[in-house]
Design a binder for this molecule. Structure first.
Ligand code: NAP
Length: 244
């Protein structure tokens, strides 16, 4: 069954990891996908791999001008946006004692400001068309905190906050807004961790395994589809039960 037939979707940070898996599923479900990615080589390669229904557009989500260019392109080439996945995200971990203000701002500026800039631009188009879905990438750590992640946790908790505000503000315009809170997912973001920590985290998960990008992409695909038509303002954990 094709859940996203003829939908126009934009996925930020879709050159690798969860974003790439989501772009692949969206295309398989009949959507046309814009890969809004900072890394030109990964972004172009992903679009090439996905074929005619995917296109790469170089984007820095933290830069207002870059986001304006992305949404001008969406207006001129597609004249609509059905789904935005605010997936782009970065880490720059440090304990509070060593965390400098630039490191704090860098993470907030991609993860939170980037989601705000893209959400604002997408909502303008979605309001005009009277429909749309915005999906935001939070994290389990937003609910529980995490050692050494003041900046990252602040950004992901902020993402839950804006999800709930937008769900309230935009519902009357036919726009649904939800967040996904992944647990430990095997991507580049988590690849550099020491083996001992990886094993320790795995032991904490009731399902006794790390998540895969497709585990999260499955949820984005459902939430983006009309099957989720009464889900709004939700934060869905995709974490193998780790928060339990
Ligand atoms: P990833 O593999 O590192 O992919 C993130 C992508 O975002 C990269 O392609 C990255 O490009 C891109 N990006 C970074 N800064 C950008 C910018 N300013 N503008 C546009 N694109 C930018 O990460 P992931 O693990 O798939 O994570 C995807 C999302 O899920 C993130 O928001 C992350 O915080 C969240 N999440 C992940 C996990 C996990 O365990 N993996 C858990 C909870 C939440 P570059 O390669 O150039 O940096």
């Amino acid at each position: 069954m094709r859940l996203l037939k003829n939908k126009i979707a934009v996925i930020t940070g879709a050159g690798c990891g969860i974003g790439k898996a989501t772009a692949k599923q969206f295309v398989q479900h009949g959507a046309k996908v814009v890969i809004a990615e900072f890394d030109e080589s990964n972004g172009q390669q992903t679009a090439d791999q996905l074929g005619d229904n995917a296109v790469y557009f170089h984007t820095d989500v933290s830069d207002e001008k870059s986001v304006d260019k992305l949404f001008n392109f969406l207006r001129s080439d597609f004249n609509r946006v059905d789904v935005l996945v605010n997936n782009a995200g970065i880490l720059a971990d440090s304990t509070l004692q060593k965390l400098d203000a630039d490191q704090f701002d860098a993470v907030l500026s991609v993860n939170l400001r980037g989601s705000y800039l893209c959400g604002r631009a997408a909502a303008e188009i979605m309001r005009e068309q009277g429909s749309g879905v915005i999906l935001n990438a939070s994290s389990v750590v937003a609910r529980n905190g995490n050692f050494g992640q003041t900046n990252y946790v602040a950004s992901k908790a902020g993402v839950i906050g804006i999800t709930k505000v937008w769900a309230r503000e935009l519902g009357k315009d036919g726009i649904r807004v939800n967040a996904v809170a992944p647990g430990f997912i095997q991507t580049n973001m988590t690849a550099g961790m020491p083996e001992k920590i990886i094993k320790m985290m795995e032991d904490k998960v009731p399902l006794k395994r790390w998540g895969l990008p497709d585990d999260v992409a499955n949820v984005y695909t459902f939430l983006a589809s009309d099957d989720a038509s009464y889900i709004n303002g939700a934060v869905i954990n995709v974490d193998g039960g780790v928060v339990v």
